[in-house]
Design a protein around this ligand. Structure first.
Ligand SMILES: NC(=O)c1ccc[n+]([C@@H]2O[C@H](COP(=O)([O-])OP(=O)(O)OC[C@H]3O[C@@H](n4cnc5c(N)ncnc54)[C@H](OP(=O)(O)O)[C@@H]3O)[C@@H](O)[C@H]2O)c1
Length: 289
């Protein structure tokens, strides 16, 4: 039995979709969800549903009963103690004799020099905690999701330009569907024990490059406005965006600007057995008519 957490989210859903496409019977996949009503598409396909919350160890212990492999998707709850949440899942897995944990983490150049230590520290501490359990693990160090480009760029970026202070920094953006497929490969084939994989696209692109691609795709000029961090932060605060969110987005922009994601490491093509989706293709599917 394979249990996927965050199954009502994008990556969890993509991983389950890929597991089904690879021929894993639906009744051998369990979706861990907080809200059953959000899981009707999974239930209709015969996927097992277990209710569980990262904050509630007992719900996780029940949900992980009988599970062989766990795909642990990191928590996105910025208000919670996410390390504690991850530990709850890992403890429940160990308690139930889970044999393999696949964990979603973050790929950057240097953990010691980063504008996003609040993200990196949680991921590295979680990975260490998994290693200490002695359970077989595979760590996915993901690049930034191609799906995040829209969120970074501002609400009206297609009309008014990309407003994000990432300078000329480049990122090998990766679509969540490719990550889900790579996770399904790891969960269904041998040879991934105690491995840490860089899950990144083959080519890194800047927001300037993205603006050129989007202009060609939409047939309208999509400018990259390239504000500095102060201008960006003031504009967002004046627009009523909460201070914490502004700080979070600004930190990611700074990390991109500093080239932190441009690591030149990738195992994705090897795992997929094909080239990862090109960013141009992703943008065409997402923003083309
Ligand atoms: N590398 C990147 O660029 C990047 C970007 C964004 C996020 N991330 C990380 O990657 C993860 C997956 O991304 P995504 O796009 O699939 O995110 P998503 O669509 O927001 O899904 C997150 C999932 O986590 C579940 N969840 C949140 N808090 C939980 C809790 N306390 N207990 C149990 N489940 C909980 C959510 O449940 P509900 O459906 O009930 O809300 C949802 O299913 C995120 O959680 C975040 O850590 C990485």
């Amino acid at each position: 039995m394979i249990l996927v957490t965050g199954a009502t989210g994008h990556l969890g859903n993509a991983a389950i979709q890929s597991l089904l496409e690879k021929g894993v019977p639906a009744n051998e996949i369990t979706a861990l969800v907080r809200d059953e009503n959000k899981a009707t598409n999974l239930k209709d396909r015969g996927v097992q549903i277990k209710i569980g919350n990262y904050n509630d160890y007992h719900s996780l212990k029940d949900a992980l009963h009988g599970v062989d492999k766990l795909f642990l998707i990191s928590s996105n709850d910025v208000t919670a103690d996410t390390l504690l949440q991850h530990k709850n899942v890992i403890n429940a897995a160990k308690e139930n004799g889970v044999q393999h944990i696949v964990y979603i983490s973050q790929e950057i150049k240097d953990d010691e020099i980063t504008a996003i230590p609040f993200v990196i520290q949680i991921h590295r501490a979680t990975a260490e905690y998994i290693k200490e359990t002695g359970v077989v693990y595979t760590i996915f160090n993901d690049s930034l999701y191609a799906d995040s480009i829209g969120k970074f760029s501002g609400e009206t970026f297609l009309e008014n330009g990309i407003f994000f202070p990432a300078g000329d920094g480049k990122v090998p953006f990766v679509p969540r569907t490719d990550i889900g497929e790579a996770a399904a490969v790891v969960l269904t084939t041998p040879g991934h024990d105690h491995m840490t994989y860089a899950i990144t696209a083959n080519t890194a692109y800047s927001f300037e490059d993205i603006s050129v691609m989007l202009s060609a795709i939409t047939g309208k000029e999509v400018k990259y406005l390239k504000p500095d961090l102060d201008t960006y932060s003031h504009a967002l605060i004046n627009a009523g965006v909460p201070k914490e969110v502004v700080g979070f987005l600004g930190a990611f922009a700074t990390a991109i600007k500093n080239g932190e994601f441009d690591t030149n490491r990738s195992h994705l093509e090897i795992l997929l057995g094909r080239k990862p989706m090109e960013l141009k293709e992703f943008l065409k599917i997402t923003y083309g008519k």
